[in-house]
Design a protein around this ligand. Structure first.
Ligand SMILES: Nc1nc2c(ncn2[C@@H]2O[C@H](COP(=O)(O)OP(=O)(O)OP(=O)(O)O)[C@@H](O)[C@H]2O)c(=O)[nH]1
Length: 327
């Protein structure tokens, strides 16, 4: 049942209005004290308030202003009921304060019922709209959360697909993708493009001597060391096992070999302290670019770098060898 709060200091008016509304099927809350009306409105949350204008203590206009200032009662429609509504100024004052309508005293029962009914209908649709808006806001927040979750999952999937778990560098698949892309770009724009293949020397015997776990730590630390010495734009990844690849867009073989030697030297100087032993490893590096030997595609370039790496191994390891055709 819809609830109407009636506020009027005159008992006769209060009774008359209450009876009228009850007869029309509304539940009536009533008070003769406008100050109490605020508390009742806040706790009961009636569907409509009808208030007198002239009341001791708090006038109807002041009551409406206070109701409108409070978030819990702000949206309750208020009808001003008074004999004052003779001038358009007083009508303007009442509506300006926040009343949605007014009725004149003495109250015409038919008019009052009609105004109350239409106001309650309006208020019900207003509430339904507010509820829909709230539901939409909630759904929007849920959608935002879902989107953020999807983004996180997408990032995690992308990372799983492109990152090597042991070292945190790019993995073989990603390296191959980038190799193909950078090779095509370099060929299209006539830019130099180099590739380094870096392999830890005698890693099998290192593992045999110190254990696979220590071997893992060395691979991880070597990866970080290589990362520190490469630039943004260089693509560094673990190709597999104890082999790393660095793609150097915009870099010819000579400069790439200089960088390779910096990387080789950094690895050779690094000391891995196991607590019991201070261990060192070296790397051999093969260097090739898209000019020397004119590799027709990215796989040929990689093969050139691999051939240079094996030449470095043959020549005694811990060194950098540049690819030369027929060499
Ligand atoms: N700890 C560790 N070892 C690995 C990993 N992947 C490959 N290896 C080891 O790396 C070693 C590579 O050995 P080889 O390919 O024979 O080469 P090498 O002993 O390094 O000898 P050269 O390359 O000729 O200097 C093997 O013993 C592999 O088990 C890894 O993820 N962790």
């Amino acid at each position: 049942m819809q609830q109407v709060l009636v506020v009027d200091d005159e008992l006769a008016h209060l009774n008359a209005l209450s009876e009228l509304l009850q007869a029309a099927g509304y539940e009536v809350l009533r008070t003769r004290q406008p100050e109490r009306a605020l508390a009742i409105a806040e706790s009961a949350g009636p569907d409509l308030i009808i208030t007198d204008w002239d009341m001791p203590g708090l006038s109807g206009v002041a009551l409406i202003q206070q109701l409108k200032a409070h978030p819990a009662t702000r949206d309750i429609p208020v009808i001003m009921c008074t004999g004052k509504m003779t001038s358009s100024e007083s009508l303007e004052t009442a509506l300006g304060a926040g009343a949605v309508d007014y009725v004149r005293k003495p109250v015409d029962p038919i008019e009052l019922r009609a105004r109350v009914r239409s106001m309650l209908q309006l208020s019900a649709s207003h509430r339904a709209l507010l509820a829909k808006e709230e539901a939409l806001t909630r759904q929007n927040a849920q959608l935002r959360e879902l989107n953020a979750l999807l983004d996180r999952q997408k990032r995690a999937l992308h990372e799983a697909a492109t990152v090597d778990r042991l070292t945190g560098l790019f993995n073989r698949d990603y390296l191959m993708e980038q190799l193909s892309r950078e090779f095509s770009n370099a060929q299209r724009y006539g830019h130099p493009f180099s590739c380094l293949v870096i392999d830890v020397d005698h890693f099998k015997s290192f593992n045999d001597r110190h254990g696979h776990l220590v071997g893992d730590v060395v691979l991880r630390d070597t990866a970080q060391l290589l990362l520190r010495h490469t630039r943004r734009g260089d693509v560094l990844g673990r190709f597999g096992g104890e082999e790393f690849v660095v793609l150097l867009p915009g870099t010819p073989a000579l400069k790439a070999a200089a960088l390779a030697d910096v990387l080789r030297g950094a690895v050779a100087q690094a000391v891995y302290d196991t607590g019991e032993e201070r261990l060192q490893v070296t790397v051999s590096v093969g260097v090739a670019d898209n000019r020397v030997g004119e590799p027709p595609n990215e796989m040929a370039l990689l093969k050139h770098a691999d051939e240079a790496l094996y030449a470095a191994k043959r020549q005694g390891r811990d060194r950098v060898v540049r690819y030369t055709p027929g060499g």
